[in-house]
Design a protein around this ligand. Structure first.
Ligand SMILES: *[C@@H]1O[C@H](CO)[C@@H](O)[C@H](O)[C@H]1NC(C)=O
Ligand SMILES: *[C@@H]1O[C@H](CO)[C@@H](O)[C@H](O)[C@H]1NC(C)=O
Length: 413
């Protein structure tokens, strides 16, 4: 079995005896809680006997027939760009774990065993659950709360070395993936510490802090409000302008997570100049493509939120060629994923009330952009099916545009 893909920290320097114990605890938590727990849950659900569980746990064979041991998605820097599909390594519920484990199991074996499960009575199932609980208790894993406290205490230690500071942040990054831990972070003083460290002199530390904030507040209104109350949003918005690309990307990830579907957050975003920041990123031709992708998604999310709350006045931000044109310019990218995001965003922008005026004027050159894009998509050879989907989206955007143009032109001025 492969060890956890650790996020590339040097592990030899700065080792105190207690550190290696901590490392073990965390690795233990990752490997045992996730692997063994998932294994046991699936086997229990599928009606394996206890003896079989032990045997299979030892060989670790069942779940990993097709897996590569790559459990937690945060090792890749690109994770922040796929926040909707991101794998939640924390397994907040037994159900989620079961779903995940089934998804990673051998379908042939599952089918075979599914038959047996149906034969189990409610009593038998309950008995299995009790056995499972017993097993888990025997694993004697340190609680997440304990691990979080150690990491937070370390971050509060001013004489901690930079290497250890990075390590403590990585530990928090793993821990806050579980929603219960994210919810406890503030109570334990962790959120204030992480926000304070956003101004650390080391860009790597700032990057990880933004990442933690983004992860903890993702789809989590409680943490979103806490972050807003602690005043971190303006700092994060400023960080997006960082000349360190990773820092800028994680800061934008955090900004998006904190304000997503959050009216307070969105209002603060506008009043703190977040709109100008996004516009700046989009119109900068040398911007990293990952930053562009995330910016386009953010604009799309903001427009969607606006559409869902149509009683609120529409910010001028949307109905402005200073925003729309740089978005359309990205259609010349040969990154299909980015093109798709651009189209979804343009679709939302077109549907806003305040788009009428721009539509009369050709929506900042939409027609030409769509034509270029279609032409380009027809040349796409490697990912033909995806290209066809994106072409379909092109057509949809075009017909929304024409419909709106037709409607607007009929209104006497
Ligand atoms: C703070 O960190 C230093 C250096 O790692 C260590 O020697 C010291 O024991 C720590 N202090 C506390 C209170 O943990
Ligand atoms: C454009 O982006 C590059 C790379 O991220 C950055 O170095 C540069 O300062 C940006 N330019 C402006 C005008 O913001």
């Amino acid at each position: 079995m492969q060890p956890m893909p650790w996020t590339g920290m040097p592990s030899k320097q700065g080792h105190q005896p207690s550190k290696s114990v901590r490392q073990k605890l965390l690795e233990n938590r990752m490997e045992r809680s996730v692997l063994t727990f998932a294994l046991v849950v699936v086997m229990t659900a599928l009606g394996f006997s206890r003896a079989e569980q032990v045997n299979n746990s030892a060989s670790g064979g069942l779940l990993w027939t097709s897996g590569d041991g790559h459990l937690v998605g945060n090792a890749e820097t690109d994770e922040s760009l796929n926040d909707h599909e991101e794998f939640d390594g924390g397994f907040p519920s037994l159900d989620g774990m079961l779903q995940w484990a089934i998804g990673h199991s051998d379908p042939a074996k599952l089918e075979l065993k599914a038959h047996d499960v149906q034969q189990l009575s409610a009593d038998e199932l309950q008995k299995r659950q009790m056995e499972l609980k017993e097993l888990v208790e025997k694993l004697e894993m340190p609680s997440d709360a304990k691990l979080m406290k150690i990491a937070i205490d370390d971050l509060n230690n001013l004489s901690l070395s930079l290497v250890d500071r990075h390590r403590a942040l990585e530990e928090l990054l793993v821990l806050v993936e579980a929603i219960d831990n994210a919810n406890d972070l503030h109570k334990m003083g962790g959120l204030s510490v992480v926000i304070r460290e956003l101004t650390h002199s080391d860009s790597g530390v700032r990057t990880k802090c933004a990442w933690i904030i983004g992860k903890a507040s993702q789809n989590n209104p409680i943490v979103q409000e806490q972050v807003l109350e602690l005043g971190a949003l303006p700092t994060l918005i400023t960080m997006v302008k960082s000349s360190f690309t990773e820092e800028a990307i994680k800061a934008l990830y955090a900004v998006s997570s904190v304000i997503r579907n959050n009216q307070n957050g969105i209002e603060l975003f506008y009043s703190e100049g977040g709109d100008l920041m996004v516009q700046g990123v989009l119109s900068n031709v040398t911007t990293d493509v990952r930053l562009q992708r995330r910016s386009v998604s953010l604009v799309g999310d903001l427009a969607e939120h606006q559409l869902e709350h149509s009683s609120k006045p529409e910010p001028r931000f949307f109905s402005n060629c200073a925003l729309v044109r740089p978005v359309l310019d990205l259609t010349t990218s040969n990154d299909l994923d980015l093109q798709e995001k651009v189209l979804v965003t343009v679709k939302n922008l077109l549907m806003l009330k305040s788009a009428d005026l721009l539509v009369v004027d050709g929506f900042c050159g939409l027609k030409g952009a769509l034509e270029r894009m279609r032409h380009q998509l027809q040349q796409e050879e490697d990912r033909r099916e995806y290209a066809i989907d994106v072409e379909g989206l092109c057509k949809e955007v075009n017909s929304i545009y024409l419909e709106k143009l037709n409607k607007v032109s009929q209104v006497p001025t």
